[in-house]
Design a binder for this molecule. Structure first.
Ligand SMILES: Nc1ncnc2c1ncn2[C@@H]1O[C@H](COP(=O)(O)OP(=O)(O)OP(=O)(O)O)[C@@H](O)[C@H]1O
Length: 303
Protein backbone atom coordinates (compact mmCIF):
# COMPACT_ATOMS: atom_id res chain seq x y z
CA UNK A 1 0.00 0.00 0.00
CA UNK A 2 1.34 3.42 -0.88
CA UNK A 3 1.37 6.17 1.73
CA UNK A 4 2.16 9.83 1.61
CA UNK A 5 3.26 12.22 4.33
CA UNK A 6 -0.18 13.78 4.45
CA UNK A 7 -2.60 10.83 4.65
CA UNK A 8 -5.05 10.79 7.57
CA UNK A 9 -3.52 8.49 10.21
CA UNK A 10 -5.48 5.48 11.50
CA UNK A 11 -6.48 5.21 15.20
CA UNK A 12 -3.66 2.75 15.75
CA UNK A 13 -1.17 5.13 14.18
CA UNK A 14 -2.45 7.99 16.35
CA UNK A 15 -1.96 5.84 19.47
CA UNK A 16 1.54 4.87 18.41
CA UNK A 17 2.29 8.52 17.70
CA UNK A 18 1.04 9.45 21.20
CA UNK A 19 3.28 6.83 22.75
CA UNK A 20 6.24 8.01 20.72
CA UNK A 21 5.70 11.66 21.59
CA UNK A 22 8.20 12.85 24.19
CA UNK A 23 9.97 9.55 23.79
CA UNK A 24 13.63 9.30 23.11
CA UNK A 25 13.57 7.95 19.57
CA UNK A 26 17.31 7.32 19.68
CA UNK A 27 19.11 6.71 22.97
CA UNK A 28 22.84 6.04 22.89
CA UNK A 29 24.70 5.24 26.10
CA UNK A 30 28.44 4.98 26.47
CA UNK A 31 29.06 3.47 23.04
CA UNK A 32 32.54 2.43 22.06
CA UNK A 33 33.86 1.22 18.70
CA UNK A 34 37.51 0.73 17.76
CA UNK A 35 38.84 -0.32 14.36
CA UNK A 36 41.77 -2.41 15.58
CA UNK A 37 43.69 0.17 17.56
CA UNK A 38 41.99 3.18 15.91
CA UNK A 39 39.24 4.92 17.83
CA UNK A 40 35.97 5.35 15.94
CA UNK A 41 33.87 6.50 18.92
CA UNK A 42 34.52 6.12 22.64
CA UNK A 43 32.15 7.08 25.44
CA UNK A 44 29.49 8.27 23.00
CA UNK A 45 26.28 9.28 24.83
CA UNK A 46 23.32 11.26 23.48
CA UNK A 47 19.61 11.04 22.81
CA UNK A 48 17.32 12.30 20.07
CA UNK A 49 13.65 13.12 20.56
CA UNK A 50 10.79 12.45 18.19
CA UNK A 51 10.20 15.19 15.66
CA UNK A 52 13.53 16.94 15.91
CA UNK A 53 16.36 17.53 13.48
CA UNK A 54 19.47 16.52 15.38
CA UNK A 55 22.83 17.32 13.87
CA UNK A 56 26.17 15.78 14.70
CA UNK A 57 28.74 18.47 13.95
CA UNK A 58 32.43 17.70 13.95
CA UNK A 59 35.68 17.80 11.97
CA UNK A 60 37.03 14.98 9.81
CA UNK A 61 37.72 11.83 11.78
CA UNK A 62 35.57 12.87 14.76
CA UNK A 63 33.41 9.73 14.56
CA UNK A 64 30.30 11.00 12.74
CA UNK A 65 30.17 8.27 10.09
CA UNK A 66 30.96 5.60 12.66
CA UNK A 67 27.99 6.81 14.72
CA UNK A 68 25.60 6.64 11.75
CA UNK A 69 26.95 3.22 10.73
CA UNK A 70 26.22 1.94 14.23
CA UNK A 71 22.73 3.45 14.24
CA UNK A 72 21.80 1.88 10.89
CA UNK A 73 23.26 -1.49 11.88
CA UNK A 74 26.13 -1.53 9.39
CA UNK A 75 28.52 -1.76 12.35
CA UNK A 76 27.30 -4.33 14.87
CA UNK A 77 30.38 -5.01 16.99
CA UNK A 78 30.20 -2.04 19.34
CA UNK A 79 30.14 -1.86 23.14
CA UNK A 80 27.50 0.10 25.05
CA UNK A 81 23.73 0.46 24.70
CA UNK A 82 21.75 1.76 21.75
CA UNK A 83 17.98 1.96 21.83
CA UNK A 84 16.01 3.04 18.76
CA UNK A 85 12.22 3.42 18.55
CA UNK A 86 11.81 1.79 21.94
CA UNK A 87 13.84 -1.32 21.26
CA UNK A 88 17.46 -2.34 21.79
CA UNK A 89 19.15 -1.94 18.41
CA UNK A 90 20.58 -5.46 18.65
CA UNK A 91 17.04 -6.86 18.95
CA UNK A 92 15.72 -5.14 15.82
CA UNK A 93 15.38 -7.50 12.85
CA UNK A 94 14.97 -6.65 9.15
CA UNK A 95 11.77 -4.76 10.06
CA UNK A 96 14.09 -1.97 11.19
CA UNK A 97 14.67 -0.99 7.56
CA UNK A 98 10.95 -0.30 7.10
CA UNK A 99 11.20 2.25 9.90
CA UNK A 100 14.35 4.11 8.88
CA UNK A 101 15.66 5.79 5.74
CA UNK A 102 19.38 6.08 5.12
CA UNK A 103 21.35 8.36 2.81
CA UNK A 104 25.12 8.07 2.83
CA UNK A 105 27.95 10.03 1.24
CA UNK A 106 28.88 7.21 -1.10
CA UNK A 107 26.72 6.41 -4.16
CA UNK A 108 24.46 3.46 -3.48
CA UNK A 109 22.64 3.06 -6.80
CA UNK A 110 23.07 0.93 -9.91
CA UNK A 111 24.79 3.07 -12.51
CA UNK A 112 23.50 1.13 -15.54
CA UNK A 113 19.87 1.49 -14.51
CA UNK A 114 17.82 4.66 -14.82
CA UNK A 115 16.83 6.76 -11.84
CA UNK A 116 13.29 5.36 -11.86
CA UNK A 117 14.43 1.76 -12.38
CA UNK A 118 16.69 2.11 -9.35
CA UNK A 119 13.89 3.41 -7.17
CA UNK A 120 11.45 0.75 -8.41
CA UNK A 121 14.06 -1.90 -7.59
CA UNK A 122 14.66 -0.56 -4.08
CA UNK A 123 10.93 -0.09 -3.50
CA UNK A 124 10.42 -3.81 -4.17
CA UNK A 125 12.22 -4.57 -0.88
CA UNK A 126 9.55 -2.84 1.19
CA UNK A 127 6.13 -4.12 2.17
CA UNK A 128 4.87 -0.56 2.18
CA UNK A 129 6.45 2.31 0.36
CA UNK A 130 5.86 5.66 -1.26
CA UNK A 131 5.54 5.90 -5.05
CA UNK A 132 8.99 6.28 -6.70
CA UNK A 133 7.68 9.15 -8.85
CA UNK A 134 6.33 10.86 -5.75
CA UNK A 135 9.67 10.80 -3.90
CA UNK A 136 11.43 12.09 -7.04
CA UNK A 137 9.04 15.03 -7.02
CA UNK A 138 9.70 15.63 -3.33
CA UNK A 139 13.46 15.90 -3.81
CA UNK A 140 13.15 17.80 -7.11
CA UNK A 141 14.86 15.23 -9.32
CA UNK A 142 13.25 15.46 -12.76
CA UNK A 143 15.61 13.15 -14.64
CA UNK A 144 13.68 9.94 -13.95
CA UNK A 145 14.73 8.29 -17.23
CA UNK A 146 18.41 9.21 -17.08
CA UNK A 147 20.99 6.48 -16.47
CA UNK A 148 22.52 6.89 -13.02
CA UNK A 149 26.02 6.95 -14.54
CA UNK A 150 25.09 10.19 -16.32
CA UNK A 151 23.87 11.98 -13.19
CA UNK A 152 25.80 14.90 -11.72
CA UNK A 153 27.00 14.70 -8.12
CA UNK A 154 24.08 16.82 -6.97
CA UNK A 155 21.55 14.65 -8.83
CA UNK A 156 23.03 11.52 -7.25
CA UNK A 157 22.71 13.13 -3.87
CA UNK A 158 19.00 13.75 -4.56
CA UNK A 159 18.56 10.18 -5.73
CA UNK A 160 20.16 8.90 -2.51
CA UNK A 161 17.74 11.02 -0.55
CA UNK A 162 14.77 9.87 -2.67
CA UNK A 163 15.75 6.29 -1.93
CA UNK A 164 15.92 7.06 1.80
CA UNK A 165 12.38 8.48 1.64
CA UNK A 166 10.87 5.42 -0.08
CA UNK A 167 9.75 3.55 3.08
CA UNK A 168 8.17 6.76 4.46
CA UNK A 169 10.47 6.25 7.46
CA UNK A 170 10.02 7.39 11.06
CA UNK A 171 13.71 8.30 11.23
CA UNK A 172 15.94 9.59 8.46
CA UNK A 173 19.70 9.13 8.82
CA UNK A 174 21.56 11.50 6.53
CA UNK A 175 25.32 11.78 6.16
CA UNK A 176 26.27 15.29 4.92
CA UNK A 177 22.84 15.72 3.22
CA UNK A 178 23.49 19.01 1.42
CA UNK A 179 27.04 18.31 0.24
CA UNK A 180 27.40 18.76 -3.53
CA UNK A 181 24.00 20.43 -4.04
CA UNK A 182 23.62 23.76 -5.86
CA UNK A 183 22.11 26.54 -3.68
CA UNK A 184 18.60 26.17 -5.14
CA UNK A 185 18.52 22.41 -4.62
CA UNK A 186 20.01 22.80 -1.13
CA UNK A 187 17.19 25.23 -0.28
CA UNK A 188 14.59 22.79 -1.59
CA UNK A 189 16.00 19.87 0.38
CA UNK A 190 16.26 22.00 3.52
CA UNK A 191 12.59 22.98 3.16
CA UNK A 192 11.63 19.35 2.58
CA UNK A 193 13.48 18.22 5.71
CA UNK A 194 11.89 20.99 7.79
CA UNK A 195 8.43 20.01 6.48
CA UNK A 196 9.07 16.37 7.30
CA UNK A 197 10.18 17.37 10.79
CA UNK A 198 6.97 19.38 11.19
CA UNK A 199 5.06 16.24 10.20
CA UNK A 200 6.64 14.32 13.09
CA UNK A 201 9.59 12.66 11.37
CA UNK A 202 12.88 12.51 13.24
CA UNK A 203 15.98 13.46 11.29
CA UNK A 204 19.49 12.59 12.37
CA UNK A 205 22.23 14.10 10.26
CA UNK A 206 25.97 14.54 10.28
CA UNK A 207 27.83 17.50 8.93
CA UNK A 208 31.07 19.41 9.22
CA UNK A 209 29.31 22.46 7.80
CA UNK A 210 28.24 24.92 10.49
CA UNK A 211 25.75 26.65 8.16
CA UNK A 212 23.88 23.38 7.68
CA UNK A 213 23.84 22.85 11.45
CA UNK A 214 22.78 26.42 12.04
CA UNK A 215 19.93 26.61 9.55
CA UNK A 216 18.53 23.14 9.83
CA UNK A 217 19.07 21.67 13.27
CA UNK A 218 16.82 21.96 16.31
CA UNK A 219 19.73 20.66 18.32
CA UNK A 220 23.32 20.28 17.40
CA UNK A 221 25.88 18.04 19.11
CA UNK A 222 29.57 18.84 18.90
CA UNK A 223 31.57 15.65 18.39
CA UNK A 224 35.34 15.49 18.76
CA UNK A 225 37.58 12.45 19.10
CA UNK A 226 34.59 10.10 19.35
CA UNK A 227 32.78 11.96 22.16
CA UNK A 228 29.99 14.53 22.36
CA UNK A 229 31.30 17.68 24.00
CA UNK A 230 28.24 19.95 23.92
CA UNK A 231 24.58 19.73 22.84
CA UNK A 232 22.17 22.59 22.33
CA UNK A 233 19.89 24.60 20.11
CA UNK A 234 22.14 26.63 17.76
CA UNK A 235 20.47 29.96 18.63
CA UNK A 236 20.52 29.29 22.37
CA UNK A 237 24.15 28.21 22.20
CA UNK A 238 25.04 31.50 20.56
CA UNK A 239 23.30 33.46 23.29
CA UNK A 240 24.73 31.31 26.08
CA UNK A 241 28.26 30.97 24.77
CA UNK A 242 28.54 34.28 22.95
CA UNK A 243 30.79 37.17 23.83
CA UNK A 244 27.90 39.31 25.11
CA UNK A 245 29.05 42.44 23.38
CA UNK A 246 27.65 45.13 21.12
CA UNK A 247 29.07 46.63 17.97
CA UNK A 248 28.39 50.29 17.27
CA UNK A 249 28.86 52.06 13.95
CA UNK A 250 29.01 55.87 14.12
CA UNK A 251 30.13 59.02 12.30
CA UNK A 252 33.14 60.82 13.72
CA UNK A 253 34.23 64.01 11.91
CA UNK A 254 32.66 62.74 8.71
CA UNK A 255 34.29 59.27 8.93
CA UNK A 256 32.49 55.98 9.64
CA UNK A 257 33.97 54.27 12.68
CA UNK A 258 33.18 50.97 14.38
CA UNK A 259 33.67 50.12 18.03
CA UNK A 260 32.86 47.05 20.14
CA UNK A 261 31.99 47.04 23.86
CA UNK A 262 31.22 44.30 26.39
CA UNK A 263 27.60 44.31 27.63
CA UNK A 264 28.74 44.24 31.27
CA UNK A 265 28.51 47.73 32.80
CA UNK A 266 27.74 49.22 29.41
CA UNK A 267 25.81 52.09 31.02
CA UNK A 268 28.93 53.11 32.94
CA UNK A 269 31.34 52.75 30.05
CA UNK A 270 32.63 56.31 29.49
CA UNK A 271 33.93 55.65 25.96
CA UNK A 272 30.59 54.12 24.92
CA UNK A 273 28.60 56.98 26.49
CA UNK A 274 30.78 59.51 24.63
CA UNK A 275 30.10 57.76 21.32
CA UNK A 276 26.35 57.87 21.99
CA UNK A 277 26.51 61.66 21.65
CA UNK A 278 27.79 61.33 18.08
CA UNK A 279 25.74 60.36 15.03
CA UNK A 280 24.94 56.65 15.41
CA UNK A 281 24.49 54.64 12.24
CA UNK A 282 23.92 51.17 13.66
CA UNK A 283 24.07 49.25 16.94
CA UNK A 284 23.95 45.44 16.98
CA UNK A 285 24.75 42.61 19.35
CA UNK A 286 27.82 40.61 18.44
CA UNK A 287 26.81 37.04 17.61
CA UNK A 288 29.45 34.34 17.47
CA UNK A 289 29.30 31.72 14.75
CA UNK A 290 28.86 28.05 15.62
CA UNK A 291 32.42 27.63 14.35
CA UNK A 292 33.67 30.04 17.04
CA UNK A 293 31.68 28.30 19.75
CA UNK A 294 32.97 24.94 18.51
CA UNK A 295 36.55 26.22 18.77
CA UNK A 296 35.92 27.65 22.23
CA UNK A 297 34.40 24.44 23.57
CA UNK A 298 36.57 21.85 21.87
CA UNK A 299 39.80 23.68 21.07
CA UNK A 300 39.40 22.30 17.53
CA UNK A 301 38.47 23.86 14.20
CA UNK A 302 35.62 22.32 12.23
CA UNK A 303 37.64 22.00 9.04
N1 LIG B 1 37.00 1.06 8.36
C1 LIG B 1 37.86 1.74 9.13
N2 LIG B 1 39.06 1.19 9.44
C2 LIG B 1 39.95 1.83 10.24
N3 LIG B 1 39.74 3.05 10.77
C3 LIG B 1 38.56 3.64 10.48
C4 LIG B 1 37.57 3.04 9.64
N4 LIG B 1 36.52 3.87 9.53
C5 LIG B 1 36.82 4.96 10.27
N5 LIG B 1 38.05 4.84 10.82
C6 LIG B 1 38.71 5.82 11.69
O1 LIG B 1 37.84 6.12 12.76
C7 LIG B 1 37.91 7.51 13.08
C8 LIG B 1 36.52 8.12 12.96
O2 LIG B 1 36.15 8.08 11.59
P1 LIG B 1 34.73 8.53 11.03
O3 LIG B 1 34.69 8.22 9.58
O4 LIG B 1 33.66 7.94 11.88
O5 LIG B 1 34.79 10.09 11.27
P2 LIG B 1 33.95 11.26 10.57
O6 LIG B 1 33.67 12.24 11.66
O7 LIG B 1 32.79 10.71 9.85
O8 LIG B 1 35.00 11.87 9.56
P3 LIG B 1 34.77 12.36 8.02
O9 LIG B 1 34.06 13.67 8.13
O10 LIG B 1 36.17 12.46 7.52
O11 LIG B 1 33.97 11.28 7.35
C9 LIG B 1 38.93 8.12 12.13
O12 LIG B 1 40.19 8.16 12.77
C10 LIG B 1 38.96 7.13 10.98
O13 LIG B 1 40.22 7.13 10.34
Amino acid sequence: MERSFHVVPSKKEINIKRELKDMKVIDVKNVRKYYGGVRGVDGLTFSVEKGEIYGLLGPNGAGKTTTIKILVKIIKDYDGKVNVLGRDLKEWDEGYYNKIGVSFEFPASYSKLTVLENLEFFASFYKRHLEPREVLKLVGLNESNMLVLKLSKGMRRKLDLARALLPDPDILFLDEPLEGLDPESARRIKDLLLEMRDNGKTIFLTTHNMYVADELCDRVAFIVEGKIRLVGNPKELKVRMGKRAIKIEYLDEGKVKIAEFPLENLGKNREFLDILRKEIMRIETVEPSLEEIFLKVTGRRLI
